[in-house]
Design a binder for this molecule. Structure first.
Ligand SMILES: [Fe+2]
Length: 395
């Protein structure tokens, strides 16, 4: 019997006004669009949608962004190269959250968004999937290899755990750089539609948001950041190429140029030589899979396995949180110090486990993103340079 019913599926995917999940989403600050979409003060307003509702947004002459529906205007906040808004009940408006990247100068950040033609949960679930990274994003020319992840899961080297605030994917491996130590990774899903992890392409942080614009479309945000230093031109180029951001087309509603109509630029020769998917760019590879499943997947038809533990924990978390909200009107609240909940990699003593680290029993944990292995862990995507590869193959 399927673990999730048709009714469960509706409760996890419907975000219009008046739906249980839609009302939960409306209790949080949500990204509305990347700041560069409205770059000129006093410039032409744009139409936008969020959770099925239509809005007009404009950057006023003083540089602030206004978001209005037909009846009223809504609070906005610009941080992390993103314009955020809150469209819930005014009397319940929370403080703007102190994400790791939201207080950094723009010079430390790259923020991009894509319009994806499917329900937000398909995108969010892909980020909580343990194993797809090593093959869907596998680049054998750069030392990538296919790993199922099953052995690591059974050996307790990987797991997924739910908390009040969301779900954490956890993994550890022997440190190649610190003898006798392990490296421990926490990849956090945070209510209602965010994830926080590390970005191996720049040895920095990566924040994701999957924000419904309606039930069959969403905007996915990629925020890459370096807490310690401004991103160099070389790093910005590496991010754009590796993740496929150089394929975003602002003139086409911020869709990727690699789309269903051109089979996501899949190329057989590329597949045969070095690229497991034959599709250029991590974001285009993910989009090909999640959009080809249809606008809203029927999860009552699935047969889930042990390796799907991340998805199962996520769905149970969403259903439980929506039920509690419907019964009590209370939503999970973010901690004052948001980085405690966010994703990271730490170096920990060899006799400590990830559970010790998660529960605060390890002293002097060292946060060190530079030690992340580029090809061994199943949680890390291979780096594929989209336009460069296409140009190289054409020449
Ligand atoms: Fe992926």
């Amino acid at each position: 019997m399927a673990e999730f019913t048709i009714e469960d599926n509706a409760r996890m995917t419907q975000t219009g006004a008046g739906t249980p999940l839609g009302e939960l989403f409306r209790r949080y600050w949500l990204p509305a669009f990347v700041s560069k979409r409205l770059s000129t003060p006093g410039g032409e307003p744009v139409e936008m949608k969020l959770l099925g509702d239509a809005f007009i947004a404009a950057r006023d002459a003083d540089g602030t962004v206004s978001i209005r529906s037909a009846e009223k205007s809504f609070p906005t906040w610009e941080a992390g190269r993103i314009v955020w808004t809150y469209i819930g009940p005014p009397e319940l408006q929370p403080e703007f959250p102190n994400w790791l990247f939201t207080s950094l100068p723009d010079s430390h950040i790259v923020a991009e968004m894509y319009l994806q033609d499917c329900n937000y949960l398909q995108g969010l679930e892909a980020d909580l999937d343990f194993v797809h990274g090593s093959y869907l994003h596998g680049n054998f020319a750069e030392g990538g290899q296919v790993e199922s992840g099953t052995e690591a899961l059974q050996a307790g080297k990987m797991d997924a755990i739910a908390s009040e605030l969301g779900v954490q994917l956890l993994a550890h491996w022997p440190s190649p750089n610190y003898p006798g130590c392990n490296e421990y990774l926490k990849h956090s899903m945070i209510v209602p539609c965010f994830t926080s992890s590390m970005d191996n392409s720049i040895a920095g942080g990566l924040f994701h948001a999957w924000v419904p614009i309606d039930d069959e479309h969403h905007l996915v945000y990629y925020v890459h950041f370096d807490e310690a230093a401004p991103l160099s031109e070389e790093e910005r180029l590496q991010i754009a190429r590796g993740w496929g951001h150089d394929l975003i087309d602002p003139a086409h509603g911020f869709r990727s140029l690699a789309c269903k109509d051109n089979k996501h630029l899949q190329n057989w020769a590329r597949y045969k030589k070095y690229l497991y998917s034959g599709i250029p760019g991590v974001s285009a590879q993910d989009l090909a899979i999640i959009s080809s499943m249809g606008p809203i997947v029927d999860r009552s038809l699935e047969n889930l396995g042990a390796i799907d533990v991340g998805l199962v924990r996520l769905r149970r978390y969403l259903l439980r949180t929506v039920s509690q909200f419907a019964a009590s009107g209370k939503v999970p609240r973010y901690p004052a110090h948001m980085p405690d909940a966010e994703g990271a990699v730490w170096v920990i003593p060899g006799d400590a486990t990830w559970r010790d680290a998660l529960e605060g029993r390890v002293k002097n944990m060292r946060r060190d993103v530079r030690t992340m292995p580029l090809s061994k862990t199943t949680l890390i995507a291979g780096s594929i340079q989209a336009r460069d590869l296409i140009a190289r193959e054409a020449s």
